[in-house]
Design a protein around this ligand. Structure first.
Ligand code: FAD
Length: 387
């Protein structure tokens, strides 16, 4: 049993850490995040130059290759400085390369993966609806009906992150209402975002401000058959294997946030004075950072273990759900302690603790709420479904 990174993975982690420190320092991330309405195109372009959009895409499609472990490392290191803005990379990596790579047809892969790898295509996920995200399928009202050579899409999605700058939306819609179970009869569409009939409106929110998360209306939007992903009506079965991937990725972001919190807390404790002493000499604050270090270590072990399971093709629903709950709970607790350690400066927009806290707070809610993830874990322990 070995949860250490292999030598080449360690080298990749070191090189990304150096890149982030030079190209995306925290001060810059703070500036970018402040502007609610301004998508950070400069950050996207830096990812393109570094080749990060190609991570996880096979070399034959112009990508860099790389498995879940590589993506986990990249996610963690980006989030150490960028916190939630790491999604600027992660969204297209997940909604685009992962989705098309796993359930796209060979033609769809040939058409879209090279564009994603080259940073020329941005994707957004449009699953959640105003009627509810936890009961995603039960609340789903967006529907697509057959038209000549394709489907006609109508409905409303909410919270689609970075939809305002997306080229394509990964849309889940009901295509058959006469089904026995809500997870039957749903289909995945890869919808060009900039076309008549689609209205995208950014929603103000607590954190990850400049990424934008949007309401999306579809009014008789035509989607040709060659932009359906996988078999119509079977989307839920296709999505299930990618959900573990998303939980691992998100947990890597949480761990990156904890790394950032710990280093900022230690820095501050070594220079701020009270009562003629460095605040780092106070035992209670030492215990706070000791706790954060414990949370980092245990989350890292779970993360490496779960990413290893997924990479080797083993089932990891329970592990990835437990990891997601622990990583997001700890990231928020760590950022909260980080604010406490910095005192008033922790609450200031001039430091990063408040940004870490605001960004990490989302991850207890989405993409799956921690209550719902715990439901799944309890069910995995043999208890009856509670909802
Ligand atoms: C900033 C932001 C970005 C997002 N980005 C995207 C995106 O890019 N694409 C996308 O599709 N979605 C996105 N989402 C949506 C996100 O996935 C949902 O918010 C999430 O799934 C929760 O759904 P909800 O907000 O409708 O809460 P609800 O489903 O209304 O839940 C409300 C509360 O009830 C609890 N609850 C519900 N059912 C149960 C149950 N059975 N047992 C116990 N508790 C329960 C929940 O845990 C929660 O505490 C984003 C959301 C936000 C806020």
């Amino acid at each position: 049993m070995n949860y250490q990174l292999a030598e080449e993975n360690q080298a990749f982690q070191d090189s990304v850490r150096k890149w982030v420190t030079k190209e995306c320092p925290k001060q810059w991330a703070r500036e970018l995040e402040k502007h609610e309405e301004d998508f950070p195109f400069a950050l996207w372009d830096k990812f393109t130059e570094a080749g990060f959009h190609g991570v996880g895409i096979a070399e034959e499609f112009g990508g860099q290759g790389g498995d879940m472990v590589t993506q986990m490392i990249l996610g963690r290191e980006l989030a150490r400085s960028l916190a939630g803005l790491a999604w600027i990379w992660g969204l297209t990596s997940f909604a685009g390369s992962k989705s098309i790579g796993i359930y796209g047809s060979p033609e769809q892969q040939k058409r879209f993966l090279p564009q994603i790898a080259a940073g020329k295509l941005r994707a957004s996920i449009a699953f959640t609806e105003p009627g509810g995200g936890t009961d995603l399928l039960g609340a789903m009202r967006t529907e697509a009906v057959r038209g000549e050579g394709g489907w006609i899409l109508n409905g409303e999605k909410t919270w689609s992150s970075a939809a305002q700058v997306a080229d394509y939306l990964l849309v889940l819609a009901r295509t058959d209402k006469n089904v026995k179970k809500p997870h039957h009869g749903v289909t995945l569409f890869w919808v060009p975002a900039k076309q008549d009939g689609i209205k995208i409106t950014p929603l103000p929110k607590l954190g990850i401000r400049s990424m934008g998360s949007c309401a999306v209306h579809f009014d008789n939007v035509f989607v040709p058959d060659d932009l359906v992903l996988g078999e119509p009506g079977k989307a839920w079965y296709m999505l299930l294997p990618t959900l573990n991937n998303e939980r691992i990725m998100l947990s890597a972001f949480c761990l990156g946030v904890m790394d950032g919190v710990l280093e900022d807390a230690l820095d501050y404790m070594k220079q701020r004075k009270a009562f003629g002493k460095l605040i780092g000499e106070f035992q209670v604050l030492q215990h706070y950072v000791a706790d954060i270090a414990i949370w980092i270590h245990s989350t890292e072990l779970m993360l490496h273990h779960t990413a290893g399971l997924l990479t080797s093709g083993k089932p990891c629903f329970m592990e990835s759900s437990m990891l997601k709950v622990q990583a997001s709970d700890y990231a928020v607790k760590a950022a909260d302690l980080g604010i406490q350690i910095l005192g008033g400066m922790g609450y200031s927009a001039e430091t990063d603790m408040q940004r870490y806290w605001r960004d990490a707070r989302l991850w207890k809610i989405g993409p799956i709420s921690n209550e719902m993830a715990r439901n799944g874990i309890a069910e995995g322990l043999g208890l009856p479904r509670s909802f």
